[in-house]
Design a protein around this ligand. Structure first.
Ligand code: KG4
Ligand code: ZN
Length: 335
């Protein structure tokens, strides 16, 4: 229909989120209830706590979303939800809420892959043009995804160990910074110089895979060695050096793949796409490549949200894809 409205739910990790998306690309309402404060003192997301918060928040967040949108369930054409990957207990809350709502209000149900959601956050900014390449950098994923058309995802490279966001969070912990560490490292990096030469894992010639665990270990070793020698390394210097290594590899491989696959657009997705250094480096690298359009969503659409799930769901909806009441949380769901 001309005015398609999708209510989307996202509870895969530590944000309880709902959104209403019109015609696949327009945000009518977008509500995110963050649990970061509850997990901070544990230095990471505690699955049991995440599930409990989702249970407490999901109904409130859905109601708030419909209120903000000035809509009722009668106006909604379909209900979408993240089915995986993520924390199984957290996913279950969203999946069961979406199933209950779809059943009670007799609406179609659409399960969405979390990473498809991150990629489709870009559709809330620009019309997607194929073929395209998406750099997905989140707390759990680091992937280069090639797309020839809507809903077709080909992973051409992925991390062999830690995800980029995971490396950020672990390095932040080494520097005694609060969780999530990404934004803190980002801030420190801008106050320092990348004076320490840290490794860059290029892997085999032609590979688009990534590896960040060696870099993470190198940072930890640098800190320990300095401590033993009684030397002082500024956290700003470490943050800047770490960030320089991450960005160098991410940007170099993205540019190479974009050229090789002859893509029209490069999309950036996931929480680490909020990184100011990465955004600036990508913009600089793609500026001379006038036939490739670089799209980077605003910060609020890079980190977890339900608007992106609604955008991805609209494509599945248009393709006639529906889930039924057997929809289940799938923590290891493939893209
Ligand atoms: O996509 P996301 O919100 O959740 C997952 O699906 O994983 O990503 C969260 C990750 C965390 O590791 C966080 O530290 C990282 O994104 N992150 C950042 C920045 N903002 C969030 N990493 C680097 N720089 C940032 N500015
Ligand atoms: Zn995410």
């Amino acid at each position: 229909s001309k005015n398609q409205l999708i209510l989307a739910l996202e509870t895969s990790c530590d944000e309880t989120a709902a959104a209403v998306i019109r015609n696949g690309h327009e945000i009518v309402a977008n509500v995110v209830a963050s649990q970061i404060e509850s997990h901070k003192r544990f230095g990471g997301v505690v699955p049991e706590i995440a599930s409990r918060h989702h249970v407490e928040q999901i109904t409130v967040v859905v109601e708030e979303t419909l209120n903000q949108a000035n809509l009722t369930f009668a106006d909604i054409d379909a209900i979408a939800v993240t089915e995986g990957p993520g924390l199984v207990g957290a996913l279950l809350i969203g999946v069961n809420a979406a199933k209950a709502l779809a059943f009670a209000h007799q609406k179609p149900l659409i399960g969405v892959h979390h990473i498809a959601g991150h990629i489709y956050a870009n559709q809330l900014i620009k019309k997607l043009e194929f073929p395209l390449l998406s750099l997905v950098v989140s707390g759990g994923h680091t992937e280069l995804v090639y797309m020839e058309s809507h809903g077709q995802f080909k992973v051409i490279g992925e991390t062999r160990d830690d995800a980029a966001g995971e490396a950020y969070d672990k390095v932040a912990r080494t520097l005694n910074l609060p969780y999530p560490g990404g934004p803190h490292i980002d801030r420190l990096a801008h106050e320092g110089e990348p004076l320490i030469d840290l490794p860059r894992a290029w892997l085999e010639e032609g590979s688009y895979d990534f590896s960040f665990s060696g870099l993470k270990s190198a940072v930890i070793n640098t800190v320990h060695n300095a401590k033993q020698k009684g030397e002082e390394i500024l956290p700003q210097t470490l943050a800047a050096s770490f960030q320089a290594s991450v960005i160098d590899v991410l940007v170099t491989k993205t540019v190479k793949a974009a050229k090789e696959y002859n893509v029209k657009q490069v999309l950036v997705a996931g929480g680490v796409a909020a990184n100011k250094g990465l955004r600036a480096a990508l913009e600089e690298a793609f500026a001379p490549l006038s036939n490739i359009e670089l799209i980077i969503p605003p910060l609020s659409l890079c980190t977890d949200n339900a608007a992106m799930i609604g955008a991805a769901a609209s494509v599945r909806f248009a393709q006639g894809k529906r889930s039924d009441m057997s929809l289940n949380a799938n923590p290891g769901l493939d893209l």
